[in-house]
Design a protein around this ligand. Sequence first.
Ligand code: AMP
Length: 197
Amino acid sequence: MADAVDAGLLGRMKVILLGPPGAGKGSQAQFLSESLRIPAISTGEMLRGAVAEGSDLGRKVGGIMARGHLVDDGTMADVVEERLRKEDAREGFLLDGYPRTLPQAETLAGILDRSRSALDAVLLVEVPEEELVRRALLRQRDDDKEEVVRARLQVYREQTTPLIGYYRERGLLRAIDGNRPIEEVTASLLGAFGVQV
Ligand code: AMP
């Protein structure tokens, strides 16, 4: 699959995967990361790792995550800045789960500006809300109880959807219908880079 990508772009793209909780961003991030040869960076996974470790960060965010709320922008800025400074993310990355608020988008823009860099694309995976609730209840993660799922969707609607307009205005947004079989969604996402699969 990766052979179809313009070789000059491999490993050099800076991409955001945007979409509601349960849209399948995690699985798609893995496929895209392999095809485009860029590290998939999931802030949710990083935070779950911190909770499992029992680190200071984990103790700070555990309760917030369990309620389906967002960790504050300042804490997330530290987490993301430190991760993007690592060598493997210098030339390219796929961000899954960040940014989730307008201030986070501004933080990311600042980090990229300082390294004289810019985003290449923001891929929006769209799935209807009832389908998201159904999928989340099938997954049964700790923070996937129905009221928590609904809370996460409300947080997405209120705090994250403004990013759609923000990135559309900047000419970066590519919307993909995520309510289809997983391989079709992957093909459309890669298609956004002109890749035929
Ligand atoms: P996710 O796996 O991306 O759905 O993230 C799981 C949880 O981690 C979210 O419900 C939030 O509590 C927290 N989280 C992950 N990324 C962020 C972020 N960018 N800003 C605030 N909270 C986040």
